[in-house]
Design a protein around this ligand. Structure first.
Ligand SMILES: Nc1nc2c(ncn2[C@@H]2O[C@H](COP(=O)(O)OP(=O)(O)OP(=O)(O)O)[C@@H](O)[C@H]2O)c(=O)[nH]1
Ligand SMILES: [Mg+2]
Length: 298
């Protein structure tokens, strides 16, 4: 039996969470077309007959604009060490400043780094080849693998390249779970994902989900159902209006999309209520950040 930890790092929006989901074959990490979707450490567990890999998806590296951003960057910085392999994800294009800065950080670490060049489905072949050439001059990567995480192309090669660096070891988690996140955390993330997809500009970035009640119970027919009551926290009164929408249409649509995904993931029914609350500038308020569980490194 082999087991080990693999972290996934890179600039925001390059497809780290999409890659993790396709590596483990399950949708655990939320994905959106907006940068800074992932806010903390998200684990995804891969199992086969003789190996268990614990993937650690991290927030995209960016220049923080508030205290929440600083927490996110700290979480990412931790992922450069204390693991068996680092997957460094970038788009299959010439490296940008953010990538060059990440490479500088890698230079201080002795962990093998596999470079995953993503989104090859939308990048011309010549550009991909050029990117491989440039990156190979910059750092002694254990390997460089072009993939399309979205189409699950090349993802099996990434798994094969990881295996030589994984030592003999005991199971780290039971083999029937895909993450160590609680149902409550998964629900909060799915709701946030739907708002990221449905709203624009700063509004979804200023949303946090706070669970008030999470109670597993049974319907009158004896089927399992969870009663969930959440607060949707936003930063401004004006944002609250956008979140609720005309005659409540936005809130209704978003919550019904979330409920469908949550019931799929949990494999049971839920009953979910929500309230929208304003907490001015919560992203710069340490005690609110902590109360929403977003202080991952403390
Ligand atoms: N065309 C294409 N799009 C992709 C691919 N992988 C991811 N994407 C898209 O890129 C966007 C960002 O994907 P995420 O997986 O959320 O990126 P991330 O790196 O986790 O982003 P942060 O959590 O914000 O750091 C989404 O719109 C994805 O659908 C790919 O292989 N091809
Ligand atoms: Mg992500």
């Amino acid at each position: 039996m082999k087991s080990g930890f693999v972290s996934i790092v890179g600039r925001a929006n390059v497809g780290k969470s999409t890659l993790m989901n396709s590596l483990i074959g399950e949708k655990i990490a939320i994905v959106s077309d907006k940068p800074q979707t992932t806010r903390g450490r998200v684990t995804g567990i891969y199992n086969d007959d003789d190996v268990q890999l614990v993937f650690i998806d991290t927030p995209g590296i960016h220049t923080p604009k508030n205290k929440l951003g600083e927490h996110m960057i700290k979480t990412s910085a931790e992922a450069f060490s204390g693991v068996d392999v680092v997957l460094f994800v970038a788009e299959a294009k010439k490296p940008r400043t953010a990538e060059l800065q990440i490479i500088e950080k890698l230079k201080g670490s002795s962990v093998p780094v596999i470079l995953v060049l993503n989104k090859v489905d939308i990048i011309p072949k010549g550009e991909v080849a050029e990117a491989i050439g440039e990156y190979s001059q910059l750092y002694p990567f254990a390997s460089i693998i072009p993939v399309s995480a979205k189409r699950e192309d090349g993802v099996d090669i990434v798994l094969n390249e990881i295996l030589p660096y994984i030592d003999e070891g005991e199971l780290l988690y039971p083999t029937d779970i895909a993450t160590d996140m609680t149902s409550r955390q998964l629900v909060e993330e799915i709701v946030r994902e739907k708002f990221l997809n449905n709203l624009y500009d700063e509004i979804p970035h200023g949303i946090a989900i706070e669970t008030v009640v999470y109670k597993d119970t049974e319907t009158t027919k004896g089927e399992p159902i969870s009663n969930i009551n959440i607060n949707i926290i936003c930063e401004k009164e004006q944002h609250k209006g956008m979140i609720i929408g005309k005659k409540g249409a936005m809130l209704k649509k978003t919550m019904s999309e979330a409920r469908a995904d949550i019931e799929d993931l949990l494999g049971q029914k839920i009953y979910m209520e929500c309230h929208v609350k304003v907490r001015e500038n919560w992203r710069d308020n340490e005690s609110l950040i902590r109360s929403y569980g977003l202080n991952f490194m403390e």
